[in-house]
Ligand binder design. Structure first.
Ligand code: DX5
Ligand code: ZN
Length: 215
């Protein structure tokens, strides 16, 4: 069974507490928190302040996805806010190795996120240092986009790299995950699935999480 990480980006922010409590009642494992700065990605979402409030209610692992320029400026703030995982983009980190070390030295799990246009082999010299690879299956910035089919291949290539290098990294897939494609994504080698609109857009979000879990 895959790890399921509902993405709060698709939640109703007027009723954030109820949304987080729904996730607490569900079979979800992680809560995915999308931080966007309007620079690295066109959209602006939320920052450490919102995560601090979410942390008071959630019983799940806080999987923070930083879609921001120079993310290391904010590691301490996100740790204080309650992040358990910090995922940073290979595209924003010229000193990725150092940044990953820093996240781990803070006692958090470190993830590297990779955009759709970047090939799996770019990860070959960082794969043994990370806890998570966050494979973007859409261009980051917005929820509700279509899954990019090339991701299936990329998952297989990353899985191969993980095995070859003896890495313990988990593969997490982010963007366009639906009840229709979840089982194929898992079959390709994914360990975890992020789902925003599939969960929060469902009539019964707890049932949608259950269905993803059993995919
Ligand atoms: C996209 C974000 C995703 C997004 C996924 O930039 O990183 O986590 O919330 O949303 P869905 O599941 O609706 O594609
Ligand atoms: Zn995300």
């Amino acid at each position: 069974m895959a790890i399921i990480a509902p993405s709060l980006l698709a939640a109703d922010f007027l009723h954030l507490q109820e949304e987080v409590e729904m996730v607490n009642r569900s079979e979800a494992d992680w809560l995915h928190l999308d931080v966007m700065d309007g620079q690295f990605v066109p959209n602006i979402s939320f920052g450490p302040m919102v995560i601090e409030f979410v942390k008071k209610v959630t019983t799940r692992v806080c999987d923070v996805h930083l879609m921001i320029e120079e993310p290391s400026r904010y590691f301490e703030q996100f740790k204080k806010a309650g992040a358990d995982h910090i995922n940073i983009h290979i595209e924003t980190c010229p000193r990725l190795h150092q940044d990953i070390r820093q996240i781990k030295a803070m006692g958090l799990k470190a993830g590297v996120a990779i955009n759709p246009h970047n090939p799996a082999w770019l990860l070959s010299d960082i794969i043994t240092d990370v806890d998570i690879v966050l494979v973007m299956s859409v261009n980051p910035g917005f929820g509700g986009q279509q899954f990019i089919p090339n991701t299936f291949n990329k998952i297989k290539e990353i899985k191969k790299l993980i095995v070859e290098k003896g890495s313990n990294a988990l593969i997490n897939i982010d963007g366009g995950v639906t009840l229709d494609n979840a089982s194929e994504i898992i079959a390709a080698g994914a360990d975890a699935l992020v789902a925003g609109s599939t969960v929060f857009g469902a009539k019964d979000p707890v049932a949608a999480i259950k269905a993803l879990k059993n995919a």
